[in-house]
Unconditional design. Sequence first.
Length: 339
Amino acid sequence: MLKNAALDQWAGPLEPFLDPLTGVARDFTRLTGVPVDLPTVLFLRARLAEHPLPGRTSAGGSCHLLPTADGWTAVNLARPDDTAAVPALVALLGAPGAELREAVRGATASEVVRQAQLLGIPAASLGTARGFRGPVRVQHLGRPGRLRSAPKVVDLSALWAGPLCARLLGLAGARIVKVESTTRPDGARFGSPEFYDWLHDGHESLVLDFASDALAEVVADADVVIEASRPRALRRLGIHAGRFLAARPGRVWISITGYGRDDDRVAFGDDAAVAGGLAGRDADGHPFFLGDALADPVTGVYAAHAAARSLARGGGELLCVSMSACAAALTDAGAPRPC
């Protein structure tokens, strides 16, 4: 399936899990005429950044698979604040002054995740997101209708999953406008410049003061919105998905979250993949990371496909895309079948 020889070392362990994603990519192509090169989508960032193959530390180096008293947990120290909060985490786990690995080993996986998330640290227990929901939930909050031939997509998201969705919709003919805050630029700008340019090729860029009325004005002219924020955060800025969809027929709102719009847990690609169970197993049965922040590109493909399907049937829909559920869909496909 993944034939690029240069990517074989990355693709091999993931191969058994890819049938659902391949099917989604093919249907996106059927709907839009745009081919999806999965090796590039899944592994380009790692190749450009020259990441090492992951083990129990993620390819990017921030996320760690740690054994607990009753299982495995991914703790993702992706931001300076996450690292700064580690002493508080180990204290909450009853081991003040201990190393994180030692503190986690003496606690249950659910306790580690609960305390980490209380501190705002992305963390997930292996496989706990499996079986709860499908990758995309559709809510009909508007009316179907016809949009302009090149729909205007306002991308309020950052990092990888949302921008990949925007890239694929742009290749399908949409006009993409990337919007960033003056005080909080997209964190992907501080990674590989080549990868950032690939994700945003041909997109317009706006940098706005989100405290002003400018953001609401940009959103008001959109046909499609992509965002990856907690709903209450956007509501504080005067942006409401339901009102947006009800205001004009045919619109689509794409909401990307770690665990669903009703769950405030923070998530990034590596820990969300672990929550969905998307991990390899070594000879001893211990888990290891597959690929680079896999829930991000997997979710980007699922979100773009869901958007294409929604637009084809007239829109009027809120698409709730869960990163952990997207990962779980691949896990279930790769799970061993009984004889």
